[in-house]
Ligand binder design. Structure first.
Ligand SMILES: NC(=O)c1ccc[n+]([C@@H]2O[C@H](COP(=O)([O-])OP(=O)(O)OC[C@H]3O[C@@H](n4cnc5c(N)ncnc54)[C@H](O)[C@@H]3O)[C@@H](O)[C@H]2O)c1
Length: 277
């Protein structure tokens, strides 16, 4: 691209056709944390399109309600619930609500997350604590509550965790985020080991990036977007629907034999460090 050419995001130009698999999740009950927006919302929509009943939880109730209402067009039973994943009582209420409203819980998606930017050397203690509280301890609380419930329920289950390529590689100016997401990787693997005998799988999805509220400000700068996309061999960020498509497979019966896995969803970014461009 010459310097005179204005940058146009390839994400906007490339629109893969994504078709849900009808009935793949029929009869399943899913709870999604951080389901009001972004990736969590896309997963909620996709699960409903495949027949699941979905409990949309988020710390922000109003947008969670909007997401839950949007699921009704697919004939899914849905409900919104305020759940701040840092609050154990609210997490336990999420499980109770799934049981009382939908008759159980088959799928938990640990999606709620925040990002605190900055280097390790400059990271303030309160930023570190906030990062760990939401992305790691929050996921621990949901995993433990759902894992105990699913084991007792005795009909197997799926634990999905939304990690990041930052779960695998240190990323500049994202020190605390990387550590929290790397912790999530081991949380997922440990849950996989403890729960496999109950037919419960635990897997980590590692997106490289999709434009959502978590990064919209940063990526609204064309120079930043261009730099980011140019180091992704696929030449673009993901669409949230693509991440949701992977989540639907991992949540399905088809993925029963896969547990403790890291599913890197990155347009080739992670393996390209030594590749000439
Ligand atoms: N967007 C990306 O490029 C990208 C890349 C890799 C990983 N991820 C991960 O995907 C997940 C979803 O992020 P997103 O991009 O959709 O961001 P987003 O900001 O659009 O959505 C995150 C949602 O989580 C909710 N949330 C935040 N703190 C919470 C808490 N304490 N309790 C309950 N809900 C809470 C927010 O209200 C929001 O609705 C995050 O875990 C993020 O780290 C995102």
């Amino acid at each position: 691209m010459s310097e005179a050419t204005p940058y146009i995001s390839k994400t906007e130009r490339f629109r893969p056709k994504i078709t849900p698999t009808p009935d793949r999740l029929r009869g399943k009950v899913a709870a999604i944390t951080g389901g009001a927006r972004g990736i969590g919302r896309a997963i909620a929509l996709r699960f409903a399109q495949e027949g699941a009943n979905v409990l949309v939880t988020d710390k922000d109730l109003e947008p969670a309600r909007e997401t839950a209402a949007a699921l009704e067009q697919f004939g899914a039973a849905s409900k919104a619930l305020r759940v701040d994943v840092t609050d154990r009582e609210q997490v336990d209420e999420m499980i109770r609500t799934a049981a009382s409203n939908f008759g159980g819980l088959d799928i938990l998606v640990n999606n709620a997350g925040i990002i605190v930017f900055g280097s390790l050397m400059e990271c303030a203690r309160e930023d570190w604590d906030r990062m760990m509280a939401v992305d790691l301890t929050g996921a621990f609380q949901c995993t433990q509550a759902a894992g105990r419930f699913m084991a007792e329920q005795g009909r197997g289950g799926r634990l999905l965790h939304i990690g990041s390529t930052a779960s695998l590689l240190p990323t500049a100016q994202q020190a605390a985020y990387c550590v929290a997401k790397a912790g999530l990787l081991m949380l997922s693997r440990t849950a996989a080991m403890e729960l496999v005998r109950f037919g419960i799988t635990s897997n980590l999805i590692c997106p490289e990036g999709a434009v959502t509220d978590i990064n919209r400000n940063l990526l609204s700068d064309p120079a930043v977007m261009s730099a980011l996309e140019s180091r992704i061999p696929a030449g673009r960020m993901a669409r949230v629907e693509e991440i949701a498509a992977l989540a639907a497979f991992v949540a399905s019966d088809e993925a029963a034999y896969m547990t403790g896995a890291e599913l890197v969803h990155d347009g080739g970014a992670v393996i390209s460090a030594l590749w000439w461009r």
